[in-house]
Design a binder for this molecule. Structure first.
Ligand SMILES: [Fe+2]
Ligand SMILES: [Fe+2]
Length: 294
């Protein structure tokens, strides 16, 4: 029987808690005004709840969330994020990687680790890059979340994480496991420079050398599919989902999630992707189905 994985991203939990003025004496100030001016119309909690209810009704075997649970990383956002994660499922059932909004200011990542750590820890208790095994999957979680200056939304993996990732992929190469990479920032994107993954070239070189079966990301808030080069002429699908709270008529792409049905064995994986999303009337409908690997 196929293993079913669900992927959602960028819930950007609304509404934003009321900040204290002392909490806005940094990059949060611009983020706060941006939320009041724009983002509060885009990220809708009711839309998110409708989407998650539909996702849970599909009874996936595992669920991946690729970050941006928070908006401006207020302490209260991490507590709310934890409640949201717990409602989504247990750490056994849900894997998380953080986004740039979860690392919005210095110290935020520590709070994310404290509140959400159980969802972003490897089976051996280790941090990024973590390895979790669920069914046929070897889930590799990467963190691109780094605090950046005002107006920037870049991500970075760093040399240490890239080296550990390469080593991990090398080890997994010989195993009969479906290698699934979770990352917030896309390795391939049309976004402007200040929103991109700084060391995407190095990430793509690791994948070109060692391969992967599927890479899932968020961040651009768009339904995306790019093919990365793998070893010996193979190609690796990199798939992004829209924000899970994107209100129809306001968001770039209205809220959606993807389901992957995975079966097969090493070198002969089948992976079918099914997208479900919110339509103009707020109902969740099937958007498309496609065979990614066969
Ligand atoms: Fe986001
Ligand atoms: Fe992001």
């Amino acid at each position: 029987m196929a293993f079913v994985l669900a992927h959602l991203s960028d819930p950007h939990l609304a509404p934003l808690p009321d900040p204290r003025w002392s909490e806005l004496c940094n990059k949060r100030l611009t983020g706060y005004f941006n939320w009041q001016r724009n983002r509060r119309f885009i990220h809708d909690r009711a839309v998110l709840d409708t989407l998650v209810a539909d996702l849970k009704a599909q009874k996936p075997d595992h669920l991946a969330c690729t970050g941006d649970i928070a908006n401006i990383a207020l302490p209260e956002e991490f507590a709310r994020g934890r409640a949201w994660l717990e409602a989504l499922g247990t750490p056994e059932h849900v894997s998380l990687v953080p986004g740039n909004h979860d690392a919005y200011v210095r110290g935020a990542l520590n709070e994310a680790q404290r509140q959400w750590g159980a969802y972003m820890t490897g089976d051996d208790g280790g941090g990024f890059p973590y390895l979790r095994r669920r069914g046929p999957l070897a889930l590799i979680g990467l963190s691109t979340a780094v605090p950046t200056a005002w107006g920037l939304a870049m991500g970075g993996l760093g040399r240490r994480q890239l080296d550990a990732f390469a080593k991990l992929m090398e080890t997994l190469k010989g195993e009969d496991a479906f290698r699934l990479v979770l990352i917030h920032h896309p390795p391939a994107s049309q976004a402007r420079w200040h929103k991109r993954l700084i060391d995407r070239g190095a990430l793509k070189r690791v994948i070109a050398a060692h391969g992967a079966d599927l890479l899932l990301h968020g961040h651009d808030h768009l339904a995306m599919l790019n093919w990365l080069d793998g070893p010996a002429g193979t190609r690796v699908p990199a798939v992004g989902v829209p924000s899970a709270s994107g209100a129809p008529g306001h968001a770039k792409n209205a809220a959606a999630y993807n389901l992957y049905r995975i079966d097969g064995t090493r070198g002969a994986w089948n992976c079918e992707m099914l997208s479900r999303g919110v339509d103009a009337g707020g109902e969740v409908k099937e958007l498309k189905t496609m065979m990614l690997l066969r």
